[in-house]
Write a new protein. Structure first.
Length: 197
């Protein structure tokens, strides 16, 4: 069990509080332990992140805290929490930074940047680019290997130059992302897995 307190709270004050709340904390902890096996069996077993499978280690807690430790994603959460929702939120938070970074990196090579970038929650599409240069990338891509993420980013960035799927467009994709055909094939192979969450 974890006790959360502001960093400026004196340790003596925290210890005093824990002693005062001992009986309540003990009852709450006992209830959580009694229900923990049920909560674990109803939740996910693993999640993908940057192409790697992370085993979920779900622990009963009064507060939500999610941290990656190697190939484990440790989830501290109340028993009534929806683990899938918490994991999706964790992935989404990482997707915003990571996908934006990969897009910006390739945009520098192209010499053009999108006028706007946002995440998408589309159920069938990995990315989109509008005539105004707005690019959206599906947050679920954060589960894929970096090579696949770069392919999708290159595909959408190439639309800033060619808003079609002409041979010139595909040449632009290849220039930004060597082995684009192999990466595209890999994306098709793993798509069903990435859309499971």
């Amino acid at each position: 069990m974890r006790i959360h307190a502001p960093s400026w709270t004196p340790r003596a004050e925290i210890e005093c509080y824990v002693r005062q709340q001992h009986d309540w904390l003990h009852r709450a902890w006992t209830r959580m332990q009694a229900r923990a096996p049920q909560a674990l069996t109803e939740s996910l077993a693993e999640v993908r992140y940057l192409g790697r499978a992370l085993v979920l280690d779900i622990r009963a807690s009064l507060f939500v805290d999610i941290q990656r430790q190697g190939d484990t994603l440790r989830v501290h959460a109340p028993l009534d929490a929806e683990i899938g929702t918490l994991v999706r939120a964790w992935l989404n938070a990482r997707a915003e930074r990571l996908l934006g970074w990969r897009l910006a990196r390739l945009a520098r090579r192209l010499g053009r940047a999108p006028s706007r970038f946002a995440l998408s929650d589309a159920q069938t599409q990995w990315g989109s680019c509008t005539r105004r240069g707005h690019i959206r990338l599906n947050w679920r891509l954060v589960q894929a290997p970096l090579a696949v993420i770069d392919y999708v980013a290159a595909h959408e960035l190439a639309h800033l130059v060619h808003l079609d799927h002409s041979p010139r467009f595909w040449a632009q994709v290849d220039e930004l992302c060597p082995d684009s055909l192999a990466r595209r094939a890999e994306l098709r192979t793993i798509s069903s897995v990435l859309f499971q969450i």
